[in-house]
Design a protein around this ligand. Structure first.
Ligand SMILES: *Cc1c(COP(=O)(O)O)cnc(C)c1O
Length: 402
Protein backbone atom coordinates (compact mmCIF):
# COMPACT_ATOMS: atom_id res chain seq x y z
CA UNK A 1 0.00 0.00 0.00
CA UNK A 2 1.08 3.58 -0.46
CA UNK A 3 2.23 5.51 2.60
CA UNK A 4 2.55 8.82 0.83
CA UNK A 5 -0.49 10.65 2.15
CA UNK A 6 0.90 13.53 4.18
CA UNK A 7 3.53 16.14 3.36
CA UNK A 8 5.54 15.17 0.30
CA UNK A 9 9.14 16.13 -0.36
CA UNK A 10 10.85 17.29 -3.52
CA UNK A 11 14.50 16.24 -3.58
CA UNK A 12 15.33 17.06 -7.18
CA UNK A 13 18.19 19.34 -8.21
CA UNK A 14 15.91 22.18 -9.09
CA UNK A 15 13.41 23.48 -8.63
CA UNK A 16 13.93 23.12 -4.90
CA UNK A 17 11.43 23.25 -2.07
CA UNK A 18 9.70 26.62 -1.87
CA UNK A 19 9.18 27.72 1.75
CA UNK A 20 5.57 28.39 2.77
CA UNK A 21 6.66 31.89 3.72
CA UNK A 22 7.85 32.59 0.21
CA UNK A 23 4.56 31.33 -1.22
CA UNK A 24 2.62 33.46 1.23
CA UNK A 25 4.66 36.53 0.32
CA UNK A 26 3.61 35.95 -3.30
CA UNK A 27 -0.05 35.43 -2.49
CA UNK A 28 -1.41 38.90 -3.06
CA UNK A 29 -3.10 41.07 -5.64
CA UNK A 30 -1.01 42.52 -8.44
CA UNK A 31 0.68 45.66 -7.19
CA UNK A 32 1.10 49.12 -8.67
CA UNK A 33 4.07 48.81 -11.02
CA UNK A 34 4.74 52.55 -11.33
CA UNK A 35 5.31 53.50 -7.72
CA UNK A 36 4.95 52.24 -4.19
CA UNK A 37 6.17 49.09 -2.44
CA UNK A 38 7.35 47.13 -5.48
CA UNK A 39 9.45 49.99 -6.80
CA UNK A 40 10.69 50.79 -3.31
CA UNK A 41 12.02 47.29 -2.56
CA UNK A 42 14.19 47.09 -5.68
CA UNK A 43 17.29 48.87 -4.40
CA UNK A 44 17.53 46.62 -1.39
CA UNK A 45 16.68 43.54 -3.43
CA UNK A 46 19.49 44.14 -5.90
CA UNK A 47 21.88 44.97 -3.05
CA UNK A 48 20.97 41.67 -1.41
CA UNK A 49 21.47 39.70 -4.62
CA UNK A 50 24.96 41.19 -4.82
CA UNK A 51 25.57 40.13 -1.23
CA UNK A 52 24.66 36.57 -2.19
CA UNK A 53 27.11 36.67 -5.11
CA UNK A 54 29.69 38.55 -3.05
CA UNK A 55 30.10 41.24 -5.65
CA UNK A 56 30.17 45.03 -5.54
CA UNK A 57 29.41 45.24 -9.27
CA UNK A 58 26.24 44.84 -11.30
CA UNK A 59 23.25 42.52 -11.28
CA UNK A 60 20.56 42.33 -13.96
CA UNK A 61 17.30 40.47 -13.39
CA UNK A 62 15.42 38.70 -16.19
CA UNK A 63 12.00 37.08 -16.35
CA UNK A 64 13.28 33.66 -17.27
CA UNK A 65 14.93 30.46 -16.12
CA UNK A 66 18.57 29.44 -16.07
CA UNK A 67 18.67 29.21 -19.85
CA UNK A 68 17.71 32.89 -19.97
CA UNK A 69 20.70 33.73 -17.76
CA UNK A 70 22.92 31.72 -20.14
CA UNK A 71 21.65 33.64 -23.15
CA UNK A 72 21.80 36.99 -21.39
CA UNK A 73 25.38 36.42 -20.30
CA UNK A 74 26.48 35.51 -23.82
CA UNK A 75 24.46 38.18 -25.58
CA UNK A 76 25.99 40.99 -23.56
CA UNK A 77 29.63 40.18 -24.23
CA UNK A 78 29.86 38.20 -27.47
CA UNK A 79 29.98 39.07 -31.13
CA UNK A 80 29.46 36.71 -34.07
CA UNK A 81 32.67 34.84 -34.73
CA UNK A 82 34.12 35.35 -31.26
CA UNK A 83 35.87 32.31 -29.88
CA UNK A 84 34.91 30.82 -26.53
CA UNK A 85 36.55 27.99 -24.63
CA UNK A 86 33.93 25.90 -22.84
CA UNK A 87 35.10 23.68 -19.98
CA UNK A 88 32.87 20.60 -19.96
CA UNK A 89 32.19 18.62 -16.79
CA UNK A 90 28.69 17.40 -17.68
CA UNK A 91 25.55 18.16 -19.67
CA UNK A 92 25.12 21.73 -18.53
CA UNK A 93 28.33 23.07 -20.00
CA UNK A 94 27.35 21.36 -23.26
CA UNK A 95 23.97 23.06 -23.14
CA UNK A 96 25.57 26.46 -22.66
CA UNK A 97 28.02 25.70 -25.47
CA UNK A 98 25.18 24.75 -27.84
CA UNK A 99 23.47 28.02 -27.06
CA UNK A 100 26.67 29.95 -27.76
CA UNK A 101 27.04 28.14 -31.10
CA UNK A 102 23.49 29.01 -32.07
CA UNK A 103 24.32 32.65 -31.36
CA UNK A 104 27.23 32.55 -33.78
CA UNK A 105 30.03 32.07 -31.28
CA UNK A 106 32.89 29.81 -32.36
CA UNK A 107 32.95 27.27 -29.54
CA UNK A 108 35.88 25.10 -28.55
CA UNK A 109 35.12 22.34 -26.04
CA UNK A 110 37.62 21.12 -23.48
CA UNK A 111 36.06 17.99 -22.05
CA UNK A 112 36.99 16.66 -18.60
CA UNK A 113 34.65 13.68 -18.78
CA UNK A 114 31.68 12.88 -16.60
CA UNK A 115 33.28 12.30 -13.23
CA UNK A 116 36.05 14.86 -12.82
CA UNK A 117 36.37 18.60 -12.27
CA UNK A 118 38.10 21.05 -14.58
CA UNK A 119 41.86 20.59 -14.60
CA UNK A 120 43.25 24.14 -14.39
CA UNK A 121 46.63 23.10 -15.82
CA UNK A 122 45.05 22.08 -19.11
CA UNK A 123 43.19 25.37 -19.20
CA UNK A 124 46.39 27.30 -18.56
CA UNK A 125 48.23 25.38 -21.30
CA UNK A 126 45.48 26.09 -23.82
CA UNK A 127 45.43 29.77 -22.93
CA UNK A 128 49.20 30.03 -23.26
CA UNK A 129 48.95 28.51 -26.73
CA UNK A 130 46.50 31.24 -27.72
CA UNK A 131 49.25 33.75 -28.40
CA UNK A 132 47.02 35.75 -30.73
CA UNK A 133 44.52 36.23 -27.92
CA UNK A 134 41.66 34.82 -29.98
CA UNK A 135 39.73 33.38 -27.09
CA UNK A 136 37.23 35.95 -25.93
CA UNK A 137 35.78 34.03 -23.01
CA UNK A 138 36.18 30.94 -20.88
CA UNK A 139 32.83 29.39 -19.92
CA UNK A 140 32.59 27.06 -16.97
CA UNK A 141 30.00 25.58 -14.61
CA UNK A 142 30.58 25.71 -10.85
CA UNK A 143 28.39 22.69 -10.01
CA UNK A 144 27.40 20.62 -13.01
CA UNK A 145 24.02 19.29 -11.98
CA UNK A 146 24.15 16.22 -14.22
CA UNK A 147 27.39 14.76 -12.86
CA UNK A 148 27.31 16.59 -9.50
CA UNK A 149 30.93 17.55 -9.92
CA UNK A 150 32.17 20.82 -8.46
CA UNK A 151 35.02 22.68 -10.12
CA UNK A 152 37.43 25.03 -8.41
CA UNK A 153 36.70 28.49 -9.80
CA UNK A 154 39.69 30.31 -8.19
CA UNK A 155 42.04 27.84 -9.89
CA UNK A 156 40.63 28.93 -13.26
CA UNK A 157 41.28 32.58 -12.44
CA UNK A 158 44.85 31.56 -11.60
CA UNK A 159 45.13 29.72 -14.91
CA UNK A 160 44.04 32.82 -16.81
CA UNK A 161 46.42 35.04 -14.86
CA UNK A 162 49.34 32.64 -15.14
CA UNK A 163 48.86 32.51 -18.90
CA UNK A 164 48.58 36.30 -19.00
CA UNK A 165 45.33 35.89 -20.94
CA UNK A 166 42.57 38.45 -20.77
CA UNK A 167 39.60 36.29 -21.76
CA UNK A 168 36.48 36.83 -19.68
CA UNK A 169 35.85 34.23 -17.00
CA UNK A 170 32.14 33.35 -17.18
CA UNK A 171 30.60 31.02 -14.61
CA UNK A 172 27.26 29.21 -14.44
CA UNK A 173 26.28 29.14 -10.75
CA UNK A 174 22.68 28.18 -11.42
CA UNK A 175 22.81 24.99 -9.35
CA UNK A 176 24.63 26.23 -6.31
CA UNK A 177 24.35 29.97 -5.74
CA UNK A 178 23.20 30.40 -2.15
CA UNK A 179 24.18 26.80 -1.31
CA UNK A 180 27.91 26.74 -1.81
CA UNK A 181 30.61 29.31 -1.26
CA UNK A 182 30.99 31.66 -4.21
CA UNK A 183 32.97 34.91 -4.03
CA UNK A 184 32.55 36.61 -7.37
CA UNK A 185 34.90 39.55 -6.86
CA UNK A 186 37.51 37.82 -4.73
CA UNK A 187 37.65 34.95 -7.24
CA UNK A 188 38.00 37.28 -10.21
CA UNK A 189 34.85 36.17 -12.04
CA UNK A 190 33.75 38.53 -14.83
CA UNK A 191 30.25 37.22 -15.51
CA UNK A 192 28.08 34.89 -13.45
CA UNK A 193 24.63 33.54 -14.21
CA UNK A 194 22.11 32.15 -11.74
CA UNK A 195 18.40 31.43 -11.31
CA UNK A 196 16.00 31.83 -8.41
CA UNK A 197 14.62 28.28 -8.22
CA UNK A 198 17.47 26.36 -6.66
CA UNK A 199 19.47 27.83 -3.77
CA UNK A 200 17.28 30.92 -3.73
CA UNK A 201 14.11 28.95 -2.87
CA UNK A 202 11.74 30.86 -5.18
CA UNK A 203 9.49 29.33 -7.87
CA UNK A 204 11.22 29.22 -11.26
CA UNK A 205 10.75 32.46 -13.16
CA UNK A 206 13.52 34.95 -12.57
CA UNK A 207 17.20 34.66 -13.30
CA UNK A 208 20.23 36.87 -13.01
CA UNK A 209 23.48 37.93 -14.56
CA UNK A 210 26.16 39.52 -12.44
CA UNK A 211 28.98 41.30 -14.21
CA UNK A 212 32.12 43.22 -13.36
CA UNK A 213 33.93 46.12 -15.09
CA UNK A 214 35.77 44.03 -17.67
CA UNK A 215 32.52 42.51 -18.87
CA UNK A 216 30.93 45.96 -18.91
CA UNK A 217 33.70 47.09 -21.23
CA UNK A 218 33.24 44.07 -23.52
CA UNK A 219 29.51 44.77 -23.64
CA UNK A 220 30.09 48.10 -25.36
CA UNK A 221 31.01 46.38 -28.61
CA UNK A 222 29.08 43.10 -28.30
CA UNK A 223 27.16 42.46 -31.52
CA UNK A 224 25.03 39.69 -30.05
CA UNK A 225 23.48 42.18 -27.71
CA UNK A 226 19.81 42.79 -28.42
CA UNK A 227 17.59 45.25 -26.64
CA UNK A 228 15.78 42.65 -24.56
CA UNK A 229 18.92 41.09 -23.12
CA UNK A 230 20.93 44.31 -22.81
CA UNK A 231 21.87 44.48 -19.16
CA UNK A 232 22.57 48.26 -19.04
CA UNK A 233 18.98 49.53 -18.66
CA UNK A 234 18.32 46.66 -16.26
CA UNK A 235 21.17 47.64 -13.97
CA UNK A 236 20.80 51.40 -14.30
CA UNK A 237 17.24 52.22 -15.39
CA UNK A 238 15.93 55.71 -15.98
CA UNK A 239 12.43 54.38 -15.51
CA UNK A 240 11.39 51.42 -13.37
CA UNK A 241 9.99 49.34 -16.26
CA UNK A 242 13.40 49.35 -17.97
CA UNK A 243 14.73 47.09 -15.21
CA UNK A 244 12.76 44.27 -16.78
CA UNK A 245 12.36 45.53 -20.36
CA UNK A 246 8.65 45.64 -19.59
CA UNK A 247 6.37 44.47 -16.83
CA UNK A 248 8.20 43.42 -13.69
CA UNK A 249 7.93 39.84 -12.43
CA UNK A 250 5.79 41.28 -9.66
CA UNK A 251 5.05 38.25 -7.49
CA UNK A 252 8.46 36.70 -7.95
CA UNK A 253 10.04 39.84 -6.58
CA UNK A 254 8.00 39.57 -3.39
CA UNK A 255 8.83 35.90 -3.09
CA UNK A 256 12.51 36.52 -3.70
CA UNK A 257 12.49 39.36 -1.15
CA UNK A 258 11.24 36.93 1.49
CA UNK A 259 13.72 34.23 0.48
CA UNK A 260 16.65 36.66 0.67
CA UNK A 261 15.54 37.79 4.13
CA UNK A 262 15.55 34.18 5.26
CA UNK A 263 18.93 33.54 3.68
CA UNK A 264 20.81 36.72 4.58
CA UNK A 265 19.14 38.10 7.71
CA UNK A 266 17.92 35.04 9.54
CA UNK A 267 20.27 32.19 8.73
CA UNK A 268 23.26 34.06 7.31
CA UNK A 269 24.98 33.15 4.05
CA UNK A 270 27.98 31.46 5.63
CA UNK A 271 25.79 29.41 7.96
CA UNK A 272 23.76 28.40 4.92
CA UNK A 273 26.88 27.21 3.09
CA UNK A 274 27.85 25.27 6.22
CA UNK A 275 24.38 23.69 6.46
CA UNK A 276 24.67 22.48 2.88
CA UNK A 277 28.10 21.05 3.65
CA UNK A 278 26.70 19.23 6.69
CA UNK A 279 23.79 17.75 4.75
CA UNK A 280 25.99 16.70 1.84
CA UNK A 281 28.39 14.93 4.18
CA UNK A 282 25.46 13.34 5.99
CA UNK A 283 24.25 11.90 2.70
CA UNK A 284 27.74 10.71 1.79
CA UNK A 285 28.02 8.93 5.13
CA UNK A 286 24.94 7.00 4.03
CA UNK A 287 26.14 6.42 0.46
CA UNK A 288 29.39 4.92 1.81
CA UNK A 289 27.27 2.20 3.42
CA UNK A 290 24.99 1.72 0.42
CA UNK A 291 28.05 1.35 -1.79
CA UNK A 292 29.17 -1.74 0.17
CA UNK A 293 26.56 -3.71 -1.78
CA UNK A 294 28.51 -2.97 -4.99
CA UNK A 295 25.39 -1.79 -6.80
CA UNK A 296 25.30 1.86 -5.85
CA UNK A 297 27.96 4.57 -5.89
CA UNK A 298 28.40 8.32 -5.94
CA UNK A 299 29.32 9.42 -9.46
CA UNK A 300 32.12 11.58 -8.07
CA UNK A 301 34.59 9.52 -6.11
CA UNK A 302 36.61 12.25 -4.40
CA UNK A 303 34.60 14.15 -1.81
CA UNK A 304 36.58 17.32 -2.47
CA UNK A 305 35.17 17.40 -6.00
CA UNK A 306 31.56 16.73 -5.08
CA UNK A 307 28.93 19.40 -5.19
CA UNK A 308 27.24 20.10 -1.87
CA UNK A 309 23.97 20.99 -3.64
CA UNK A 310 23.27 17.76 -5.54
CA UNK A 311 24.55 14.17 -5.53
CA UNK A 312 24.46 11.97 -8.62
CA UNK A 313 24.26 8.26 -7.85
CA UNK A 314 24.98 5.40 -10.23
CA UNK A 315 23.02 2.23 -9.74
CA UNK A 316 23.46 -1.20 -11.27
CA UNK A 317 21.19 -4.18 -11.56
CA UNK A 318 18.06 -2.17 -10.94
CA UNK A 319 16.70 0.66 -12.99
CA UNK A 320 17.04 4.02 -11.31
CA UNK A 321 13.53 4.77 -12.53
CA UNK A 322 12.25 1.96 -10.27
CA UNK A 323 13.88 3.55 -7.25
CA UNK A 324 12.42 6.91 -8.12
CA UNK A 325 8.98 5.46 -8.81
CA UNK A 326 9.01 3.54 -5.52
CA UNK A 327 10.01 6.61 -3.51
CA UNK A 328 7.32 8.71 -5.13
CA UNK A 329 4.45 6.26 -5.09
CA UNK A 330 5.08 4.57 -1.78
CA UNK A 331 6.56 7.35 0.28
CA UNK A 332 5.89 10.78 -1.28
CA UNK A 333 9.53 11.54 -2.08
CA UNK A 334 10.44 12.83 -5.53
CA UNK A 335 14.05 12.20 -6.61
CA UNK A 336 15.88 13.62 -9.61
CA UNK A 337 16.06 11.74 -12.89
CA UNK A 338 19.40 10.76 -14.35
CA UNK A 339 20.69 12.86 -17.18
CA UNK A 340 22.51 10.45 -19.49
CA UNK A 341 26.21 11.02 -19.19
CA UNK A 342 26.86 9.56 -22.65
CA UNK A 343 30.55 8.84 -22.27
CA UNK A 344 32.32 5.50 -22.52
CA UNK A 345 31.94 3.61 -19.26
CA UNK A 346 29.12 5.76 -17.94
CA UNK A 347 25.61 4.45 -17.49
CA UNK A 348 22.67 5.65 -19.54
CA UNK A 349 20.16 7.83 -17.74
CA UNK A 350 18.35 4.85 -16.29
CA UNK A 351 21.49 3.85 -14.43
CA UNK A 352 21.50 7.16 -12.58
CA UNK A 353 19.38 9.07 -10.14
CA UNK A 354 20.07 12.33 -8.36
CA UNK A 355 19.30 13.66 -4.93
CA UNK A 356 18.95 17.42 -4.74
CA UNK A 357 20.00 18.90 -1.40
CA UNK A 358 19.71 22.57 -2.16
CA UNK A 359 17.81 25.34 -0.49
CA UNK A 360 15.05 24.97 2.05
CA UNK A 361 16.08 21.80 3.82
CA UNK A 362 16.17 20.94 7.50
CA UNK A 363 17.78 17.98 9.22
CA UNK A 364 14.51 16.18 9.83
CA UNK A 365 13.41 16.65 6.26
CA UNK A 366 16.73 15.46 4.84
CA UNK A 367 16.99 12.46 7.16
CA UNK A 368 13.57 11.50 5.81
CA UNK A 369 14.94 11.60 2.27
CA UNK A 370 17.92 9.41 3.15
CA UNK A 371 15.81 6.91 5.09
CA UNK A 372 13.27 6.72 2.27
CA UNK A 373 15.95 5.90 -0.30
CA UNK A 374 17.21 3.23 2.10
CA UNK A 375 13.68 1.81 2.29
CA UNK A 376 13.46 1.79 -1.51
CA UNK A 377 16.70 -0.19 -1.79
CA UNK A 378 15.29 -2.73 0.65
CA UNK A 379 11.88 -2.93 -1.03
CA UNK A 380 13.45 -3.39 -4.47
CA UNK A 381 16.16 -5.73 -3.17
CA UNK A 382 18.98 -3.61 -4.51
CA UNK A 383 22.19 -4.91 -2.91
CA UNK A 384 23.38 -2.39 -0.35
CA UNK A 385 25.32 -2.30 2.89
CA UNK A 386 23.44 -1.90 6.18
CA UNK A 387 23.86 1.01 8.52
CA UNK A 388 23.32 3.93 6.13
CA UNK A 389 20.49 5.50 8.10
CA UNK A 390 22.27 5.01 11.41
CA UNK A 391 25.37 6.64 9.94
CA UNK A 392 23.31 9.60 8.73
CA UNK A 393 21.59 10.11 12.08
CA UNK A 394 24.98 9.89 13.81
CA UNK A 395 26.31 12.62 11.50
CA UNK A 396 23.38 14.88 12.27
CA UNK A 397 23.68 14.27 16.01
CA UNK A 398 27.37 15.07 15.91
CA UNK A 399 27.08 18.10 13.66
CA UNK A 400 24.09 19.62 15.43
CA UNK A 401 25.96 19.39 18.73
CA UNK A 402 29.10 21.02 17.36
C1 LIG B 1 19.29 24.03 -13.55
C2 LIG B 1 20.55 24.38 -14.26
C3 LIG B 1 20.55 25.03 -15.49
C4 LIG B 1 19.32 25.32 -16.28
O1 LIG B 1 18.39 26.05 -15.59
P1 LIG B 1 16.89 26.14 -16.15
O2 LIG B 1 16.20 26.96 -15.15
O3 LIG B 1 16.40 24.73 -16.24
O4 LIG B 1 16.95 26.77 -17.49
C5 LIG B 1 21.77 25.39 -16.03
N1 LIG B 1 22.92 25.11 -15.41
C6 LIG B 1 22.95 24.46 -14.24
C7 LIG B 1 24.27 24.16 -13.61
C8 LIG B 1 21.77 24.07 -13.63
O5 LIG B 1 21.81 23.40 -12.47
Amino acid sequence: MSLRFGPTTLAIPGPSIVPERVLRAMHRASPNIYEGELVDIMDELTADLKRVARTAHEVAIYIGNGHAAWEAALANVCSHGDKALVLVTGRFALGWADMAKAMGVDVELMDFGTAAPVDPQQVEDRLRADTAGELKAVLTVHTDTSTSVKSDIPSMRKALDAAGHDALLMVDCIACLGCDEFLMDAWGVDVMGAGCQKGLMTPAGVSFTFHGPKAAEAAKTAECRTSYWNWDPRTDPDLFYQRFAGTAPTHHLYGLREALTMLLEEEGLEACWARHQHFAETLWAATDHWAEGQALACNIHDRAHRSIAVTTLRIEGCAASEVRAWCEAAAGLTLGIGLGLDAAGTPPSDGIFRIGHMGHLSAHNFLGTIATVDAALKALEVPHGEGAVAAATMEIARRAAA
